[in-house]
Design a protein around this ligand. Structure first.
Ligand code: MTE
Ligand code: HPA
Ligand code: MOS
Length: 764
């Protein structure tokens, strides 16, 4: 089956929030953000904005009828700044006008006087000053303190990991429409309609049922719309509440870059204890997370860093500490991998350092320490049906890992300024929201009398192919053609209390909820059909390609006839399904439990060529063996693997998020913030899906796929480091990501390159 929305996207027919024809009287909003990263507001003068022709309203914190609060996990984030500002771009006022141009013109006329306070952008500095969000956490396995003395070699190091901008094609936006009786309907681009509904209700002082949030699809979310879509929905709802008119807000790219949070930068310390044979005996990590100015999802992201702090390795003695540190940057947030990638980068760095010290290939240490069934994660869960060694060995064999090392060694011996490098990157990623209660979902299924089907779930289509997956699953569960199935917009009046579409678990949760609803309808239909067809056992009735079968044989009945007859006999043709992931729990006091339903494994081999005089490089190949159970749609899954990899490669190499000491974003445009393009991707990209890896919990044996492939991208950092080492074995190389060509060059030539004398004038 093709992707359901492929034609709509290629023709441009697919509708996003602002593509739906606007009501005639719709107004437009623009946000006035703080020009200063930290300070006290002494004066805010909106009179010139109000006096601007075409401006209808200027709203500030004082105009919020309910609570000025949108924090989800911790209530520490005002919708509009009240008295103080904590980051550049923090919304202070919203201007509502007849056009977005006028609204922005009005916003420019707002005057603000801020008494500046010290700005912190560095997480270690924030930690030292006690600027900590929530409580720091520590995961422990065994006894590291006792283990160090028994190790042959103990190494320490530091990692500095950059953040990452989501660069969803569709910037943040929302449209609010006031309805009768004080009800407001918001069309939003959010991964979390229920979070939006709750926040709007809270801000406006309404009951949840008076707020309706509707989401058709997202032009990408990548985690950036899990929590951070909420503010814009609240602002348009507030504006509609005051003006009584529909209001739309669409952030420009530069506003979106400046005002929204990103992947968390981390600064981490590691200590690793190894034996001469490459066994890892002990590992300690301390993670300082740069949370930005408010909690947002930071504490949950930090928790996942701890869960993934040993990646796919078994280490008997582990101590992993993490603290979420408050800085004067936009609140950082979910981004594909949700803290996992940062934790994995640090252990991979520690292994690289150990390999260099032991004079062993990095991959020898990695392979030796891979997780096996029965091994303990440092959070008390045991490995069940692990695929770490299987994906590794299959990748090594299929892509000739031994030959690759020989080929690269030979190349490097024969070349001076060009060096090649490679790295193996195994991944292990836990599937489930780490916050256990979030692992629940609902679905509403209607069968119409013509046999067509309407499905609503709490899941959001954000480009990951959810609609295609749900359509396939529903068609298979009913035994009818996919054309019969229509997946509706996600709407809080049809499905209540949904968790965000996140944690790669959307198909798992919502697909199962939908199947449970379908099962109820099918049970009714089968019982009814048994009577009509005069057969004894309803359980032996099945549907295949719209034909009603009994014990596998034709009955002469079709789906269409069955549905029509059932309707006339007053059989209910709608159902609501509810699913909660079984057997997961976590005890935060003991920091142990079984937080994940299962884990995703895989292995990638990355090869690079590096120009050691210029710092520029090519990613020659990435070859992957990935575990996704039994695929629902192989092309959708391949798209997720390739897209995730692209984002991981970008994060590790060219996506360089820079703030200055005043907290101002320097890479504030797509001219200065580089994202990988088609040319950047490896020419040779191969993906094999692991066979015989069905997951009983997933719809039709499928496994989650959304986030894990991003972490294959980490391999490129170590492949580049390998090439750098081939050029200069002894130089001190930092574990600082992204490894931009500039950083490669400065790393390889720390003494500096003396510039030749330049004669000015001749060429200008
Ligand atoms: N793929 C596309 N095209 N667009 C997206 O926004 N988000 C990613 C991933 N793949 C995303 C994507 C993230 S962060 C997650 S958590 C999952 O998709 C969410 O969808 P899933 O649960 O269906 O995998
Ligand atoms: N992943 C993504 N989003 C989340 C999670 C998670 O594990 N926990 C809470 N929100
Ligand atoms: Mo994904 S970071 O869980 O939205």
């Amino acid at each position: 089956m093709k992707r359901i929305d492929a034609a709509l996207h290629t023709t441009g027919e697919a509708q996003f929030v602002d593509d739906v024809p606007p009501p005639a009287d719709m107004l437009h909003a623009a946000v006035f953000g703080s020009p200063v990263a930290h300070g006290t507001i002494l004066m805010l003068d909106t009179s010139a904005a109000r006096a601007t022709d075409g401006v209808v309203a200027v709203l500030t914190a004082a105009d919020i009828p309910g609570e000025n609060q949108i924090g989800s996990i911790i209530q520490d984030e005002p919708l509009l700044a009240d008295g103080a500002v904590h980051y550049i771009g923090q919304p202070v006022a919203v201007v509502v006008a007849e056009s977005s141009e006028i609204a922005r013109k009005g916003a420019h006329r707002i005057k603000i006087d801020i008494e500046k306070r010290p700005v912190i952008t560095d997480p270690r500095e924030a930690f030292a000053q006690g600027e900590i969000i929530g409580t720091p956490r520590t995961f422990v396995l065994g006894d590291v303190e006792a283990a160090w003395a028994k190790c042959d070699l103990v190494l320490e190091g530091r990692c500095d990991i950059g953040g990452q901008e989501h660069v969803y094609l569709e910037t943040q936006r929302a449209r609010a429409v006031p309805l009768e009786g004080g009800v407001v309907r918001v069309y939003a681009s959010t991964q979390s309609p229920y979070a939006g509904q709750k926040a709007i209700a809270n801000v406006l002082g309404l009951a949840n049922h008076n707020v309706e949030v509707d989401v058709k699809r997202l032009g990408g979310g990548f985690g950036g719309k899990e929590d951070q879509a909420t503010a814009w929905s609240c602002l348009v709802a507030l504006a509609a509440w005051h003006t009584g008119k529909p209001v739309e807000l669409v952030l420009r790219r530069d506003e979106d870059l400046r005002m929204t949070g990103k992947r968390h930068p981390y600064s981490s310390d590691f200590k690793i204890g190894v034996m001469r044979d490459g066994m890892i005996r002990a590992y300690e990590a301390k993670h300082y997370q740069n949370a930005g100015a408010a909690a947002d999802l930071s504490t949950a992201v930090m928790e996942r860093t701890l869960f993934h702090s040993t990646n796919s390795y078994f280490i008997p003695h582990v101590k992993a500490f993490a603290a979420s540190c408050r800085t004067n940057l936009p609140p950082n947030t979910a981004f594909r991998g949700f803290g996992g990638p940062q934790g994995m980068f640090v252990i991979e760095s520690a292994i690289a350092k150990a390999a260099e010290a032991l004079g062993m290939p990095r991959e020898a240490i990695q392979r030796k320490n891979l997780l096996e069934d029965g091994d303990l994660f440092p959070y008390g869960q045991r490995v069940e049906r692990g695929e770490a060694t299987r994906t590794w060995d299959e990748a090594a064999a299929a892509y000739d890992l031994p030959g690759l090392r020989q080929r690269i060694d030979a190349f490097n011996a024969a070349h001076f300024e060009t060096k090649k490098g490679f790295a193996v990157m195994p991944i292990c990623f836990g599937i489930s929201f780490t916050t256990t209660f979030m692992n629940q979902a609902s679905a509403l299924v209607h069968v119409y009398t013509d046999g067509s089907v309407s499905v609503t779930t709490g899941g959001i289509e954000m480009g990951q192919g959810l609609t295609t997956n749900l359509t396939s699953i529903a068609a298979q569960a009913f035994g009818i053609r996919p054309e019969r199935i229509k997946v509706e917009s996600t709407n809080t009046t049809r499905v209540a209390n949904m968790s965000p579409s996140a944690a790669s678990a959307t198909t798992l949760l919502n697909g199962n909820a939908m199947m449970i609803a379908i099962e109820q309808i099918m049970d009714r239909l089968k019982t009814f059909a048994a009577g009509e067809i005069h057969v004894p056992d309803p359980a032996k009735i099945t549907l295949d390609d719209e034909a009603v079968l009994y014990d596998g044989s034709e009955t002469g009945w079709t789906w269409a006839r069955l549905v029509q007859t059932a309707y006339l006999n007053r059989i209910g043709l709608s159902a609501h399904g509810f699913f909660a992931t079984p057997d997961i729990y976590f005890d935060k006091k003991k920091e142990t439990g079984r937080p994940f339903a299962y884990h995703i494994y895989g292995t990638a081999i990355t090869e690079v060529t590096l120009d050691c005089l210029r710092g520029v490089y090519d990613i020659e190949s990435v070859k992957i063996v990935h575990d996704l159970g039994r695929s629902i749609n192989k092309l959708v899954d391949l798209g997720q693997v390739e897209g995730g990899l692209a984002q991981g490669l970008g994060w590790m190499t060219v996506e360089d998020l820079q703030y200055n000491d005043e907290g101002r974003l320097l890479s504030g445009a797509l001219a200065t913030y580089k994202v990988p393009d088609a040319y950047f991707m490896p020419d040779d990209l191969q993906v094999r899906f692991l066979e015989d890896a069905e997951e009983p919990l997933g719809p039709y044996g499928s496994k989650a796929v959304g986030e894990p492939p991003l972490m294959y991208g980490i391999g490129v950092f170590f492949a580049l480091r390998h090439a750098m080492r081939a050029f200069r074995g002894a130089v001190d190389l930092a574990f600082t990501a992204p490894l931009t060509p500039e950083r490669v060059l400065m790393g390889l030539h720390p003494e500096g390159v003396e510039a030749p004398p330049v004669a000015f004038g001749a060429e200008g």
